[in-house]
Each structure stands twice: as structure tokens, then as C-alpha cells.
Design a protein around this ligand. Structure first.
Ligand code: SF4
Ligand code: SF4
Length: 501
């Protein structure tokens, strides 16, 4: 690393210089610049690697860990069952996802208002896989950034072809492994293993899913890379609306760093650089912070939408400061107010509002989740007429779908509740025995004596387990003809009936 000279940036020679007006990863003609960010050892890299290692271990391990007989996370779309750490949700419970998704959204708002883009730099799968897996493989095979930039610029030769082929072969294999693992979240590891040993056509949709996912991963991590954060990700665009002057961001201390200038051997400013009338600022304009930036920006130009908060520039600059025997933190985690010499206010109206919303959402979600029962049921009217009647009864026909969400068998009892006198249940009189995680659809007829029918009325259908530990209820409307029409039809029938001598 050179302190006196200018460190090559993360870009190739033909790339635009970092500026606020254009993206340094896209040329004027729209072509993509292949950034080659340098590695920046330091404390934040250590912590980020630890966080990424834990997240990757979690991703790899979850399909293998079994809780309550199922993988810790299994999204069984085919059976419409979703298992989360021993807790099973049926398709009927998916409304609860509203709380999960809105909670994640508000959580992200809250975190961004407080800690800026800490999610992007530390936990986003795009960053974790790109920076801690794919880029490291590239570094192992091709060398560090200067070597990779030289390789980019070199004409095609056997050696270059061999290096690049090895890198991309490794990327392809890794993408396939990750895609298989992704599929395991939907089908479980044993089912995945069985699919892998079968002919591709036996499970063609899974086969297409894996190859499609692997293709997306490969294109993203081998080529598209930082463009996903800069061009596609809506969260990056939202950040300017979510943060304020007191949010924690990564920034350059202009007051301390400027006027920047290259150091001479005696410690003063190089001729023609900076303002010779003042003592130089701490920034020696080495461009090391630019060279390590995975999105190719110059943080000294201020907070930018492209900054993913990875902290690589902090590590890079701290190393430069250490060599100059100056305190670290010329680039640091701070608020814009702090960087401007003010005091960071952690408690602010938006933080309070987000906290209250999160708290309220958490309480409501907690209550909603307690309503999840170990069985589910649905009731729909049978296809055909809404009602039937004959000389004795008026009838409505329904289909009842019973779902057992327990591992073991379960008996479910179906009964009518709150129905007017004379209403009878035909079918499902006996408890229904369901196998573990089983599901059955049974007919249910609700009938009322014709003489007692006085018009449509609501009926509550309840399902409870045999022990009566829980109860589920659905209300249906009993429909029938206009009672006056029924009476007239009855009268007419009597008049036409043969009378005795
Ligand atoms: S901010 Fe630090 S790393 Fe960046 S150019 Fe200045 S001295 Fe070098
Ligand atoms: S400016 Fe610094 S924190 Fe932001 S993306 Fe670049 S290296 Fe990471």
C-alpha cells in the first residue's frame, strides 16, 4: 500500500472517476465497469466476517436441524404447510404473514433511521454472499485487486483463460450448491436427496427451479454484483427518506481531513496541492478508501445512495492513519451532525414513532399468533343450487375441509351452534379421525323442517377436538326460498291432491 502515491481505484482505467453526477460502475455508453475492490484488513472486516460466517452457517444449517419432527424451516408449498421451529402454519393461517412482513418493514425503517444502512453492509444476503463468499473465491484464484485489474486489462492468453475459467467454474458450482440448498427449504433435505438421485424428468419442475435459481445467482454474483444494490434495490433509494442528520452513517470528517494533499518527505503538502498557507488536513489523498469500495464511490464526496455501509473504507483509512501515526476515525461511523461537529441526538420524533409502531405491532402480532390452533377448517357451499327443498325439508349442502396440523392423529368433531330449533345436521355426526398432518373434505348437509322454515338465517359451524381443548367456528348463511312461495306451493299441492269420497 502506498501512502504517498495514489492508490489505484476499484475501477479499470477506462471507468469514470467517482463523482456525484455519474455512477463509477457504469460508463457513459451504458456498459458495466467491472469493479475490483481491494481487500481492507481491519477491525470491521473481522467483525463483518464473523457476522457473515454466523449468517451463512444459519442458512446452511436450518434445513438440516429438525424441530418437532420437521426441519427448523420448511416451506412445504405442495402440502400448503409452513413449519417454523416446531410451529406449523396451514394455508389458512397465512394471514399472519401480514404481521411478519409489516414487522420486518417497520423494523427496517426503525433500524435505518437509527443505524443507517447497517443491514446492507452487515446482513443483506447480497453483501454476505458477494463479499464473503464469491469475492473471496475470486481473490483466492486470481489474486488481490491489483492483480485482478492487470488481468482485466491484459489481452486474452492461455493463462488468463485458465484463471478466468477456474473462477467461473467455481462460481457455477457454488451457485448450484446454493440453489440446491435453497430448494431444501421447500422440500426438505431427504426429499431433495431423493430428487437428486432420480432422473431430471421425474421432478422436472424442481430441476428447472434449481437451474433457474443457480443461473440467477451466477449472473448476479459473477457479473451484475453491485448493480443490484445501486440500480435494482428499492431500499437503497429509500435511504435518503429514512435517515436524517442524526442517523448513524459512514462518513468522512471533512473538518479534519481537509485541505487534503499528498505528503512530501518532510511531512508538508506537495507543491500545487491543497492550500500551502494552512497546515494540511489529515487526508493524504491516497485514494485507498476509493480502492476498497465495493460500489466504487469516493466517500469524501459525502453520503451517497451507492454507499452500502460496508465499513471497508473505515478499515482502509484507519490503516493509513496508523502508518501516519494519527488517530483513527477520519472516516468513521458517525451521524452527519456528528461529522459536522455537532451532537448526535439518538432520541428523535421518528425514532419514537417507529418504536411505538413496532411495539403496537408486536403486541397485536403476539395476540394474533395465540389464535393459531392445532387444526384448521374451511366450509364452502357445494357446487349447484344454493338450496334444495321437498315436501318435508329445506336443505343446504356444504363441503367441510378439515386440516390436522398436529404430528399425530387427531379426532375432530363438527357441530352446529346457535341454530334455531328444528335445524338438523346430516352427516359428520361422528368424530372424524385425521392422520398426522392429514386433511379431509367431507359433505355436510344442514336441514330444516319445511313447516318450521321462516326465511334465511345464520348458522355457526364449530369444529373442536375430541378433548374439547380448542374450538374453531365459522358462520354460514342458511338459504331457502321465499316462505310465502313455499306456502303457496304447499297450498297448491293440497288442492290437487285427490280427496276421499
Ligand atoms: S480519506 Fe483516508 S484513505 Fe481516503 S484518501 Fe484520505 S487518507 Fe486516504
Ligand atoms: S463508501 Fe465505504 S462504507 Fe460505503 S460502500 Fe464504499 S467502502 Fe463501503
Amino acid at each position: 500500500m502506498s501512502i504517498r502515491g495514489t492508490e489505484p481505484s476499484a475501477q479499470t482505467a477506462t471507468a469514470p472517476s467517482p463523482s456525484l453526477e455519474s455512477l463509477s460502475s457504469i460508463r457513459a455508453d451504458g456498459s458495466h465497469v467491472r469493479l475490483q475492490p481491494a481487500d481492507a484488513p481491519g477491525r470491521f472486516r473481522r467483525w463483518r466476517r464473523l457476522a457473515a460466517g454466523l449468517l451463512l452457517a444459519l442458512y446452511l444449517a436450518l434445513p438440516w436441524i429438525r424441530v418437532g419432527g420437521y426441519p427448523a424451516v420448511l416451506l412445504d408449498l405442495a402440502a400448503r404447510r409452513f413449519h417454523f421451529f416446531g410451529w406449523t402454519l396451514a394455508a389458512q393461517d397465512l394471514w399472519l404473514l401480514f404481521f411478519l412482513i409489516s414487522g420486518l418493514g417497520f423494523g427496517l425503517f426503525f433500524m435505518t433511521a437509527l443505524l443507517g444502512r447497517v443491514w446492507c453492509g452487515w446482513a443483506c444476503p447480497q453483501t454476505v454472499f458477494l463479499e464473503h463468499v464469491y469475492r473471496r473465491i475470486e481473490r483466492w484464484i486470481e489474486g488481490d485487486a491489483p492483480v485482478r485489474r492487470r488481468l482485466d486489462a491484459a489481452p486474452w492468453s492461455g493463462a488468463k483463460l485458465a484463471r478466468r475459467a477456474a473462477t467461473h467454474a467455481a462460481f457455477l458450482v457454488l451457485s448450484l450448491v446454493l440453489a440446491h440448498l435453497f430448494l431444501a427449504y421447500f422440500v426438505s433435505v431427504p426429499a431433495l436427496w431423493a430428487m437428486m438421485r432420480a432422473a431430471p424428468l421425474a421432478h422436472w419442475s424442481a430441476f428447472l427451479f434449481v437451474f433457474g435459481s443457480a443461473g440467477v445467482l451466477y449472473v448476479d454474483f459473477a457479473w451484475f454484483r453491485e448493480q443490484l444494490c445501486i440500480v435494482l434495490c428499492p431500499y437503497g433509494r429509500l435511504q435518503s427518506a429514512l435517515i436524517d442528520d442524526h442517523s448513524l452513517v459512514i462518513g468522512y470528517d471533512t473538518r479534519r481531513g481537509e485541505p487534503r494533499g499528498k505528503r512530501t518527505a518532510t511531512g508538508g503538502l506537495a507543491a500545487g496541492v491543497g492550500d500551502p498557507g494552512h497546515s494540511a488536513g489529515d487526508c493524504v489523498d491516497c485514494d485507498r478508501c476509493v480502492a476498497v469500495c465495493p460500489t466504487g464511490i469516493d466517500i469524501r464526496q459525502g453520503l451517497q445512495i451507492e454507499c452500502i455501509g460496508c465499513a471497508a473504507c473505515i478499515d482502509a483509512c484507519d490503516a493509513v492513519m496508523a502508518r501516519l501515526r494519527r488517530p483513527p476515525g477520519l472516516i468513521r461511523y458517525d451521524s452527519l451532525a456528528g461529522l459536522a461537529g455537532g451532537v448526535t441526538r439518538w432520541v428523535r420524533p421518528r425514532i419514537v414513532i417507529y418504536s411505538l409502531l413496532l411495539l403496537a405491532g408486536g403486541i397485536v402480532a403476539g395476540g394474533a399468533f395465540t389464535t393459531v390452533k392445532p387444526a384448521a377448517f374451511g366450509i364452502t357451499r357445494m357446487v349447484g343450487a344454493a338450496y334444495y327443498f321437498d315436501a318435508a325439508t329445506v336443505r343446504n349442502q356444504f363441503l367441510v375441509r378439515l386440516v390436522n396440523k398436529r404430528e399425530g392423529p387427531q379426532q375432530l368433531v363438527v357441530r352446529l351452534q346457535g341454530a334455531p330449533a328444528g335445524v338438523a345436521q346430516v352427516g359428520l355426526e361422528r368424530p372424524v379421525e385425521l392422520a398426522g398432518m392429514g386433511e379431509e373434505v367431507r359433505p355436510l348437509v344442514i336441514a330444516v323442517a319445511r313447516a318450521g322454515y321462516t326465511g334465511a338465517f345464520p348458522v355457526t359451524v364449530v369444529v373442536r377436538d375430541a378433548g374439547g381443548t380448542f374450538e374453531l367456528a365459522r358462520e354460514v348463511e342458511f338459504l331457502g326460498p321465499d316462505p310465502k312461495l313455499l306456502q303457496e306451493e304447499e297450498k297448491g299441492r293440497h288442492e290437487h291432491e285427490p280427496h276421499g269420497p
